[in-house]
Design a protein around this ligand. Structure first.
Ligand code: TRP
Length: 457
């Protein structure tokens, strides 16, 4: 029954949980890397515009759908729009399963970096041998072990439920995470490369602009804000009626963006402070967070002995509060659709996702055939293929469905009521216009671009 649905203890509870979902590997790993490979300032500017113009309106739309329906995505679309719209919900459930399966593997890598740094902090730093990361990726038992640990941690929190598990966990972890980010940012600001880093991030150079950047920026904004698969519908369904949808969405977006910028600034500052590092980073993808960074904490930074293990705990925490939201989409959908107990739904979802995780975990050198096959041009192996499918197809499609649903299917009176407006303001009209026209047109343009062969994962 809708009226029996649990709710967050407070609006802060929602914001911490939703910010926890948003802040993750997308901010700490993907954003710095994508910014770097797109030349910096121009990309960041377009990304910020995408976040403001699409991110906030779509985040509001998802929260609104969830809170209005008081249900998880599939039944939410069903109850507000009818059977046909449930396709959008199911696509999201599928996307959540897909992303969770490979995300858990990458999240496991942060545990390895943590253990590695702890060892260095205790026994003293020694440079890892060349190729040790590649060997780690190809080590099947280790990959599976770390993935199991991460999957069980996710399952445990989700099983504990909304207020006892998710809200409690994120309310403790997120403030710690923000503190570590602030410390990291301040430390980075004192390094000699910080000026160069700031200029690279904040000075747009029109000469580096390319239409492709728009596609990259929009894709990144979806992934980093946890939009497009119903995560915010699910979290929004636990939001009480008195909380402002606009303020909640804006808070989450601002926190997520700040973390991404600080992470990027810190990493670039480090890179520009170490001679020769620029060339090493150039062209490396996974490298920035897991290979380049760990050693630098010890060789180049004051307090690195403490900061390094702390930082990788942060990465693991950030990933965990993100996997929780993906898991909750699956579990709440099973509970609502099948009337299962939370325990059963968690067990089934974890089992299904882990099965896919196994394939992703052995696809970075572990099993040759699964690491090298290629369905989509240069995407090699299970992990890259799943990431391509989810980020480039499922999220934009889900987002498109959601904007059309809220913009055209839901009555404006419902939207107005959920936003707590007595009469429509110009901002309200602008928001509806974005949902009806601007966002669908932008997303459709991306899908067409992807279909024509442009990959922006
Ligand atoms: N936003 C997370 C990150 O930046 C990943 C994530 C968690 C996500 N939940 C999601 C992405 C839902 C899309 C949809 O790492």
């Amino acid at each position: 029954m809708a009226s029996e649905r649990v709710h967050w203890g407070s609006r802060l509870g929602f914001i911490m949980a939703a910010a926890g979902s948003a802040v993750g590997l997308g901010n700490l790993w993907k954003f710095p890397y994508v910014t770097w490979s797109n030349g910096g300032g121009t990309f960041v500017l377009v990304y910020l515009v995408a976040v403001l113009l699409l991110g906030i309106p779509i985040m509001m739309a998802e929260i609104l759908v969830g809170r209005r329906a008081q249900r998880s995505p599939v039944p939410a679309f069903d109850s507000l729009g009818g059977k046909n719209w449930t396709a959008v919900g199911w696509l999201g459930v599928l996307a959540a399963g897909v992303i969770l399966s490979y995300y858990s593997v990458i999240a496991g890598w942060s545990l390895r970096s943590f253990v590695q740094c702890m060892g260095w902090s205790i026994h003293g730093y020694h440079a890892p041998s060349a190729g040790s990361f590649t060997a780690f990726l190809a080590d099947v038992p280790t990959q599976l072990g770390l993935t199991v640990m991460f999957s069980l941690a996710t399952a445990f929190v989700v099983y504990r439920g909304v207020s006892g598990g998710i809200e409690r966990t994120t309310q403790i972890l997120m403030p710690i995470l923000f503190l570590i980010m602030i410390y990291l940012g301040i430390t980075a600001a004192t390094m000699k490369g910080s000026g160069h880093a700031a200029r690279m991030i904040f000075t747009p150079h029109l000469s580096t602009f390319h239409p492709r950047i728009i596609l990259e920026a929009v894709g990144q904004s979806f992934f980093t804000l946890s939009l497009g698969l119903g995560a915010m519908i699910t979290y929004g369904s636990y939001l009480d009626k008195n909380s402002s949808v606009l303020k909640s969405a804006a808070s989450v977006v601002v926190l997520d963006t700040l973390v991404a910028l600080v992470a990027c600034f810190s990493m670039f500052s480090i890179i520009f402070s170490v001679p020769g590092m620029q060339d090493k980073v150039q062209g490396s993808t996974v490298g920035m967070l897991f290979v380049t960074l760990p050693g630098i904490f010890y060789t180049e930074m004051h307090g690195g002995v403490i900061l390094a293990p702390l930082f990788y705990v942060l990465v693991a925490f950030a990933a965990l509060t993100s996997t929780i939201s993906l898991g909750e989409v699956l579990v709440s959908s099973f509970i609502d659709a099948k009337k299962w107990s939370r325990r059963r739904a968690t067990a089934v979802a974890t089992g299904m996702v882990f099965t896919a995780s196994i394939l992703a975990a052995v696809s970075n050198g572990g099993i040759e055939a699964l690491s090298t096959f290629s369905v989509f041009h240069d995407k090699q192996g299970v992990m890259a293929t799943l990431d391509y499918l989810a980020a480039n197809w499922m999220l934009p499609l889900g987002g498109l469905g959601t904007t059309l649903f809220v913009g055209w299917k839901l009555k404006p009176e419902i939207l107005q009521e959920e936003l707590g407006l007595k009469r429509p303001t110009w901002l309200f009209h602008a928001w509806v216009w974005v949902l009806r026209v601007v966002a669908p047109a932008a997303i459709a343009a991306i899908l067409v671009a992807v279909a024509l062969g442009k990959d922006f994962s």
